[in-house]
Design a protein around this ligand. Structure first.
Ligand code: GLN
Length: 541
């Protein structure tokens, strides 16, 4: 029997609902249950693929090639369950589907309405998970009270009624703001938010109250009384220093016990939180620290590189060190020496990115790392920059560039269609930007004896991609002649997947996004190895 837990948010956005859902998923797993997490997003975009990272943070890519919300990254990082395309739905998708059915005549002449047609579509999305897990955790994006959330709230209300109270649980995440003049946490916004939710017919059984300081018993009692919720089901969710403390912190406050209680589940055997204890011990007591420069473009919004930041932290956890991230705008040194910005770092990482802005600075960062023998990790665009740098500065191809960046010059990186005339189209042409990216999991074969084969401990790997341009394999011999080895290729040998330098302590560029698959309890081997190289680099100076 599958049970459903719906997580809504009130008062303000950015309350950490996604993290809370992920942490609850991890706690249920620690009790031996199988979980599945999904997200209902009320925005109108069909998917976040077209949204700027400034607006919505990182786009998280699943194995099956969906561009989804970054909360799915939290879910996967905390539970290890690979996210799938059908773990995320948006208003845009719901309407696209309903309108397509209407055009096909599927509704047999009925008038199409929000209730029941839109709500049915949403319920179908949830019900499709039936039987796939013991608990399906369903996070509703947005804040209760938003106009656009209404069909989703109505759908989960109906769903709860249909499956019955013993199979559906509503958790509401709220904020208790601290007002210095009063010297106390305020409960009124929470009361109003619960009232709003009740006006839609949803009575939350558990409140997860975010606060920046301890919630007194008086305050807890007041919330319980006014919101008509048992005191022990008003769960304090205080700020913690590392997101990986959230599962243990919520457990200590009784969250998973109260979930069990709400469902009437008595069995509490098998609770094993040791992986989280272990992670926290390492996060809290590192043996040292390393400084990693991330030379990118969206550096003023930490969420735009969410998975990357986490994967670097995981690499630190594996090496027992704290990883200090230094975000550097590549644009700062497009025409000058990057030394003042990069001096003293133990590793340089150029992450994925789109468009020309900042790319000359990124190329300079690659050159600096290569010449100064600082560990270099190039991810997606970061690998393409490493290729262009080597082509320009080592192979003497002065005009080396990517067709994404310039029409002129020599395109070492470009669309497959630019050099393949046989109609075997992998990436699209420039006229059809949307949906032409290489998205999702693709296999790669690693060269025997290469550094990456040793790091992975395997020769056949699968990693997630999100890019439109490819390195032209025709330049392989020239670049390899200058020490940049093509150590990973697509199984047919047509697409370069990984490059590495043999004459350098750690210089690896990958066409995919390894950060998407890293977990604190199962850190990605490339990040473990990169941070280890950074630790070694630190020892040298
Ligand atoms: N802009 C590059 C491409 O489309 C790289 C994309 C990325 O870094 N994710 O190929």
């Amino acid at each position: 029997m599958t049970r459903y837990i719906f997580i809504t948010g009130g008062v303000v956005s950015s309350l950490g609902k996604g993290l809370g859902s992920a942490a609850l998923g991890a706690l249920l797993q620690a009790r031996g249950y199988k979980v599945r997490l999904c997200k209902l997003d009320p925005y109108l975009n069909v998917d976040p693929g077209t949204m700027s990272p400034f607006q919505h943070g990182e786009v998280y890519v699943t194995d099956d090639g969906a561009e989804t919300d970054l909360d799915l990254g939290h879910y996967e990082r905390f539970t290890g369950v690979p996210a799938r395309k059908n773990d995320n739905i948006t208003t845009g998708q719901v309407y696209t589907e309903v309108l397509a059915k209407e055009r096909r005549g599927d509704y047999l002449g009925a008038t199409i309405q929000v209730i029941p047609h839109i709500t049915n579509e949403i319920k179908d999305f949830i019900l499709e998970k039936e039987g796939t897990a013991d608990f399906v955790l369903c996070e509703i994006g947005g804040t209760v009270g938003d106009i656009e959330s209404l069909p989703f709230l109505e759908a989960i209300r109906q769903f709860g009624n249909e499956v019955g109270a013993d199979r559906a649980l509503f958790i509401h995440v709220t904020l208790l703001p601290y007002i210095p003049a009063a010297g106390e946490l305020k409960t009124k916004p929470t009361q109003h938010s619960v009232k709003e939710l009740m006006s839609y017919g949803i009575r939350p059984q558990i409140l997860l109250c975010r606060a920046d300081r301890e919630i007194t018993e008086d305050e807890r009692g007041k919330i319980a009384l006014f919101c008509n919720i048992a005191r022990e089901k008003v769960i304090p969710a205080l700020d913690v220093s590392s997101i990986y403390e959230v599962p243990l912190s919520y457990h200590d406050e009784g969250l998973d016990n109260q979930v069990m209680d709400s469902f009437g589940i008595k069995d509490v055997a098998n609770l094993d939180l040791s992986i989280w204890d272990d992670i926290i011990a390492r996060v809290k007591e590192p043996e040292g620290s390393v400084k990693i420069a991330i030379v990118g473009k969206y550096t003023n919004l930490a969420d735009s590189y969410k998975s990357l930041n986490e994967a670097l932290i995981h690499g630190g956890i594996a090496n027992n060190v704290k990883v200090e991230l230094k975000f550097i705008e590549a644009e700062l040194f497009e025409n000058e020496d990057p030394t003042p910005h990069l001096d003293g770092v133990n590793g340089i990482l150029v992450p994925g990115g789109f468009g020309k802005r900042g790319t000359e600075g990124k190329i300079r960062a690659v050159q600096y790392a290569r010449e100064k023998k600082i560990p270099y990790f190039g991810i997606c665009l970061g690998m393409q920059m490493a290729i262009i740098e080597a082509a320009r500065n080592l192979c003497g191809i002065k005009g080396a560039t990517s067709s994404e960046l310039e029409e002129g010059g020599e395109h070492i990186v470009g669309l497959m269609t630019e050099w393949e005339q046989d109609g075997k189209k992998r990436a699209g042409t420039e006229e059809e930007l949307g949906g032409t990216m290489r998205l999702g999991a693709y296999p790669a074969h690693l060269v025997e004896g290469s550094k990456v084969a040793a790091i992975y401990g395997a020769q056949d790997i699968s990693e997630r991609h999100r890019h439109r341009y490819e390195v032209n394999i025709a330049y392989k011999d020239k670049l390899e002649g200058q020490g940049l080895k093509f150590s990973g290729l697509s199984p047919d040998g047509a697409l370069p997947e990984i490059v590495e330098r043999e004459d350098h302590p750690w210089f690896i560029g990958v066409q995919f996004h390894p950060e998407l698959k890293s977990k604190p309890f199962d850190p990605h081997p490339l990040f473990v190895s990169f941070i280890k190289a950074a630790v070694d680099q630190g020892r040298l100076v």
